[in-house]
Design a protein around this ligand. Sequence first.
Ligand code: ADP
Ligand code: MG
Length: 293
Amino acid sequence: MNSKTADHEVSFPDVSSLETDARDENKEKLFSEEKLSYSETSDTESFKCELPHSGQSGSNGRGKSQPGPPVIEVINVKKSYTLGDMEVPILSDVNLTVYAGEFLAIMGPSGSGKSTLMNLIGFLDRPTEGKILIKGRDIIKLSDKEVARLRGLEIGFIFQTFNLIPRLTALENVELPTYANSREGVDTRKRAKELLDMVGLADRMHHKPGELSGGQSQRVAIARALINDPAILLADEPTGNLDSKTGCEILGMFTRLNKEGRTIIMITHDPEIAKYADRVVLVKDGIIQSNTE
Ligand code: ADP
Ligand code: MG
């Protein structure tokens, strides 16, 4: 595509060096290891999943090494929206550090500002006040092009409502982010097919979202988020629209992606789901209220 930019146009030596090899080596194992087990429940029951979570498997969750250096630092961030001539504060003073290799859950009541915070972390929106650093670099000081490239290559987004393009096939949806940014030398069509295979959808790649179930759509969205091999995955209530069994499967994928070295930040309102993270923070009344190691 014409809009594709070459890797050398903007360089991010710090960010691009994030554990790429370890991730590549292990990604095929995403579905092959550890058969998932779930409880059969209806959509209306609370979430049940029998995957071991961090509290069940050792000191720091799944036997991982200690988290690495900070990858994201949210410093004294305020965010308000202007409605008419009224300023509505949403986040009043948020401080949060996310370390490389962490699996962090962000919890909080509906309307507390979780998605707003996620959008700020993923540079989809800018704070009203305060700073957000990625690997020590202040995004305010980067050009729009640099921010777009950082967002395109280093951060994968997964949304509650999947956000797939209805007119495109699963394969085209997975390839979509590469139209704006892609890593040099990568055969994106081949990688998109491999990712769809990895999430168990090799036989659905030419189907459109309308022909896929919720769980299948979320798997396509996960494949799409991984297309540029990002070090950081941001997921906004990724299991919110799925039944327990499918949600458990998606959580299994997240824990494996995290084991491979990816940093995962997941929003959820469900404490059962948050248990799968290494650390849980609570957004309430515009601030981060607890910070559980
Ligand atoms: P959560 O994800 O925790 O449910 P959100 O971050 O989506 O909460 O929203 C927090 C608050 O900010 C809500 O009261 C919402 O109505 C408000 N809000 C979100 N986006 C906007 C916007 N673009 N303009 C005005 N208000 C907004
Ligand atoms: Mg939300």
